[in-house]
Design a protein around this ligand. Structure first.
Ligand SMILES: [Fe+2]
Ligand SMILES: [Fe+2]
Length: 161
């Protein structure tokens, strides 16, 4: 299996979690109580799988490889994708706060924003990943780089441009 196929498969797992959160928000809107442990589980999944594992690989390996394989004009797109990762992380924090403070309206707000932003983000990434890339972008690789080095490199290139 190509590395890019693996990332697209992981998107499907993340979409399933979004379906669960969407249903939770709908339940809150209809006056049903949430099971705190279910919400904690889904937040843990978003933090550990969707962010640390999945988006961590994108930033440490995929985005740098894509930038290397394409023209520098793609930097703006990849920078935007990284910005969306930050937005998603903030929205997950919002969900966590809403759970802690028992504010149902906030939970619905953050759940809806996260659903919209993350589904759109995944749709864009699937489109990018399914287009043809040189073999070295698609090949499974060991993670040798780090997410921090990608973030440093785009911050540095921002200053230069
Ligand atoms: Fe992403
Ligand atoms: Fe992704």
């Amino acid at each position: 299996m190509k590395a890019t196929d693996l990332l697209m498969r992981e998107h499907k797992y993340i979409i399933r979690a979004l379906n669960v959160i969407q249903q939770m928000a709908s339940n809150v809107e209809h006056g049903k109580a949430l099971d705190d442990r279910d919400v904690e589980d889904i937040i843990r999944f978003l933090r550990l799988f969707a962010d640390e594992h999945h988006q961590g690989k994108e930033e440490a390996v995929l985005f740098p490889a894509m930038l290397k394989a394409s023209d520098p004009g793609h930097l703006a797109t990849l920078r935007w994708m990284t910005f969306e990762h930050d937005q998603e992380r903030s929205l997950v924090e919002g969900l966590e706060d809403a759970l802690r403070t028992k504010k149902g309206k906030d939970f619905v707000y953050f759940a809806e924003r996260l659903n919209h932003i993350l589904r759109t983000h995944i749709h864009k990434e699937d489109h990018i990943l399914s287009s043809s890339w040189p073999a070295h972008v698609c090949r499974p690789v060991r993670m040798s780089a780090s997410r921090a080095s990608w973030r440093t490199s785009i911050a540095t290139s921002t200053k230069k441009s």
